[in-house]
Design a protein. Structure first.
Length: 238
C-alpha cells in the first residue's frame, strides 16, 4: 500500500494536533488528514465532517483504503452543528475562507475551554487573527507553507479566556513577523506588496479622505517592510 503523504499545509495542521487528542476535521475533503493522524498514531479516533456528502464519501473511501473505517466517525455537518464539544479536544478547519471560519466558530455556541483551534484560512487571515485575540484565544504558533505561487499560514491557537488587543500589524503578520525562513519572508513580502498597491490606488484618488487613508496604508506598509530581510528588500527594489 502506498504511503500517505499530506500536502505541506495539511502536514503543518497535523503537526499542531496534540498527541492523544480527540480531533474533529471540519471540511474534511478527501479525509487524508484524518487518515494520517490515525496511521501515525498521533490520535486513536477522529471525526471527519463536511457539509456535503461528496467529500464525506471520498473520506470514507480513504479510510477504507487504509483499513481505518472503524476509527473514523463520519459526520454530515454544517460547521460544528453536528460535532459534540464534550468529545472533541482539537478542531481543524482548513481550506476555507477566513470569513467562513469565523462564522463557523461564532455560530457554534461552544464553551472553548481546553480546546485547541488549528486553522488554515485561504483568505481574510487578519480577520481570523483578530477574532482569536478578541475571543480569548492565544495564538501559540504559525506555520507558513508555500505551494507554487500560493502561500498560506496555519494558525495554532489555544483557549485561555483572556482577550487581548490585536494591532493592525499583528492582524497582518501574526507570529510570522521577525521570522527569516523563506516561507515567512514570502508571506511578509506578499502583504507588503498588497499594502503598497492599496496605498498607491488611494493616493491616485486625489481627495483629502483618500489621501488620509493612503497615509495610513503607507505607514502600515513601512511597518511591514521592516520585517523583510535585506535580501528580500534588495529584490523588491530591483
Amino acid at each position: 500500500m502506498e504511503q500517505l503523504r499530506l500536502s505541506r499545509r495539511l502536514q503543518a495542521a497535523a503537526d499542531f494536533v496534540r498527541p492523544g487528542s480527540r480531533v474533529a476535521d471540519i471540511g474534511c475533503d478527501h479525509g487524508q488528514l484524518a487518515a494520517w493522524l490515525l496511521l501515525s498514531g498521533r490520535c486513536s479516533a477522529v471525526t471527519a465532517a463536511d457539509i456535503k456528502e461528496g467529500p464525506l464519501s471520498a473520506a470514507r473511501r480513504t479510510a477504507e483504503k487504509y483499513g481505518l473505517s472503524n476509527q473514523v466517525r463520519f459526520c454530515l455537518s454544517d460547521g460544528l452543528c453536528g460535532i459534540c464539544p464534550e468529545e472533541t479536544d482539537d478542531l481543524v478547519i482548513a481550506g476555507m475562507g477566513g470569513e467562513m471560519i469565523v462564522e463557523i466558530l461564532q455560530n457554534a455556541g461552544w464553551d472553548y475551554c481546553g480546546k485547541r483551534l488549528i486553522l488554515q484560512p485561504m483568505t481574510f487571515v487578519p480577520l481570523v487573527r483578530r477574532w482569536l485575540c478578541e475571543h480569548g484565544f492565544e495564538i501559540r504558533d504559525e506555520a507558513p507553507s508555500q505551494d507554487g505561487r500560493h502561500i498560506y499560514t496555519v494558525i495554532c491557537a489555544d483557549y485561555t479566556g483572556n482577550s487581548v488587543p490585536c494591532t493592525e500589524l499583528f492582524a497582518l503578520l501574526g507570529l510570522l513577523a521577525g521570522r527569516s525562513d523563506p516561507a515567512s519572508q514570502a508571506y511578509i513580502l506578499r502583504e507588503y506588496r498588497r499594502l503598497s498597491r492599496t496605498a498607491a490606488g488611494l493616493a491616485r484618488a486625489g481627495t483629502d479622505e483618500m489621501r488620509d487613508k493612503a497615509a495610513f496604508y503607507i505607514s502600515l506598509c513601512e511597518q511591514v517592510g521592516r520585517y523583510l530581510t535585506d535580501g528580500e528588500r534588495m529584490e523588491e527594489t530591483e
